[in-house]
Write a protein that binds this ligand. Structure first.
Ligand code: FAD
Length: 444
């Protein structure tokens, strides 16, 4: 069998690995010059920057399996996500965790947060309205096997929170979590996806000591011989319900199996011949945007051991959170230095994505100084990365449509095997799992 994989993001790399390990002849076309897609790490002057995905959750079994196979498992590390709000110049942190030891250790801090963070009592009370669903449904809210939670797919996270809790908890807590995790507003994603992420997050997060992108780099190195970089696929050629191959540089590369491991929007553009049964659910897939700005700093900005400063919905800020990524591992910043990542989101991100670097830098320095006046006007240097399609945000109804597609229409075009993060609750894990599943289906 000859297979073509389109895209060397985690979905494409995982597909390539599964195909090649089974002895199939496979080639991958990637339009960028490096592997990883949205799992990519940059290194500069002793700093490590995760430009796209930031962390794994503890349920990322496919990613952990890949980490094992590629000698990275021992490099996984976790850190305390001490995050908080700023109230009247005072930093008030909380460690979101379901680990009984963490809860006991941080009890005093949690109580201080509840009493002093400036969150109205009403919001705390409303939070209790959400708890029964989280407790009762946390097992159903599995990022990969999500079908048991499909009843939560038909309304937005915002509508769900308003119905069960209220406006205050939405503005003060859920807004910043949704925006921090998806770079979109709670109105834009389904309750199922929002709650799924929330349940995963409170169990803790992980990265690799030397950057999350290490996994893409290892896979990219192993399969360097099969990946053609700077080679965009123009079209997937489908004739009479069967894949013929792909068009690259104006020529046809014939294949028995094609695995498009790209975003749903790219797939729709490159495969105009898709049947309606595939097109319709793919048209529901949407993405947030992010102008990701990271400042390298000579000294920490946050109090000791802080990871994130969350900005709740009523601040009107263009960022959902500022994060000090030096907390991830000692290798992320040179000793004594820090790095602050700014998560711009929603319309703010789309606007900033069209502005020149100098203006983006100025806007973000000012934004940080609103909350932390000691932010220097001139950081050591700045990394700006513009994501036009950042996180797949699973709007209401999308995952229901995808579940239907996977059950009934996955094989509607012979030789075409979809992969990409949109095939489960969107995440790096979903991308990797979808790539392996697509390869296995092709091999069958
Ligand atoms: C800022 C940011 C933060 C995130 N944080 C997290 C997080 O903390 N945890 C998490 O789980 N997820 C996170 N995500 C989402 C996660 O990165 C993605 O869900 C996942 O990486 C998607 O992988 P993929 O392989 O499906 O797609 P991609 O990574 O987008 O890979 C697709 C590849 O296809 C290539 N391509 C596109 N068109 C063509 C073409 N015509 N021809 C050839 N190649 C093509 C692209 O260049 C790309 O390399 C984040 C994303 C961003 C941007």
């Amino acid at each position: 069998m000859k297979a073509v994989v389109i895209g060397a993001g985690l979905a494409g790399l995982a597909a390539l690995h599964a195909l090649t390990s089974s002895g199939a002849e496979a080639v991958c076309f990637e339009k960028a010059g490096v592997p990883g897609g949205r799992v990519i790490t940059a290194r500069r002057e002793g700093f490590i920057f995760d430009l796209g995905a930031q962390f794994f959750f503890h349920s990322y079994n496919t990613c952990f399996q890949l980490a094992k196979e590629f000698g990275l498992y021992d490099d996984l590390t976790t850190w305390e996500c001490r995050s908080g709000l700023l109230n009247k110049g005072r930093f008030l942190p909380i460690v979101p965790s379901t680990n009984p030891r963490d809860i006991a250790t941080n009890l005093g801090e949690t109580l201080r947060f509840v009493a002093k963070a400036g969150i109205p009592f009403q919001a705390m009370r409303q939070f209790l309205g959400l708890l029964p669903t989280l407790v009762k449904r946390h097992k159903d809210l599995d990022l990969i096997d999500f079908e048991r939670a499909l009843d939560l797919d038909n309304e937005s996270l915002a509508d769900f929170v308003l119905r069960r809790g209220g406006q205050a908890i939405l503005d003060y807590y859920i807004h910043s979590l949704a925006a921090g995790l998806t770079l979109a507003k709670a109105d834009d994603l389904s309750a199922m996806y929002g709650l799924g992420l929330l349940c995963s997050m409170i169990k803790g997060v992980l990265t690799f000591r030397h950057g999350l992108g290490c996994i893409s780099e290892r896979l990219g190195d192993r399969y360097a011989g099969c990946i053609h970089y700077h080679t965009p696929v123009q079209r997937i050629v489908i004739e009479q319900g069967k894949v013929k191959g792909v068009e690259v540089n104006g020529g046809l590369v014939e294949a028995d199996a094609v695995i498009p491991a790209v975003t749903a929007t790219s797939l729709l553009e490159m495969a105009p011949g898709l049947p309606e049964s595939l097109k319709r659910p793919l048209q529901q897939v949407t993405y947030s945007a992010c102008c990701h700005v990271i400042f390298a700093l000579p000294a920490p900005l946050f109090p000791k051991d802080w990871y994130a400063l969350l900005l709740h919905g009523r601040t009107g800020a263009c960022v959902s959170a500022f994060c000090d990524n030096s907390m991830k591992s000692p290798y992320y910043s040179p000793q004594g230095c820090a790095q602050i990542g700014c998560w711009t989101y929603d319309r703010h991100a789309r606007e900033l994505n069209d502005r020149p670097d100098a203006e983006v830098r100025r806007v973000l320095v000012k934004e940080i100084q609103r909350y932390m006046p000691h932010m220097p006007d001139t950081p050591l240097f700045t990394e700006i990365y513009r994501w036009r399609e950042a996180v797949c945000i699973a709007p209401p109804g999308m995952l229901g449509g995808i579940a239907h597609l996977k059950r009934n229409n996955y094989r509607d075009v012979k030789g075409l095997y979809l992969a990409g993060e949109y095939l489960h609750m969107p995440s790096v894990e979903s991308a990797a799992k979808s790539g392996i599943d697509a390869a296995r289906a092709a091999l069958r």
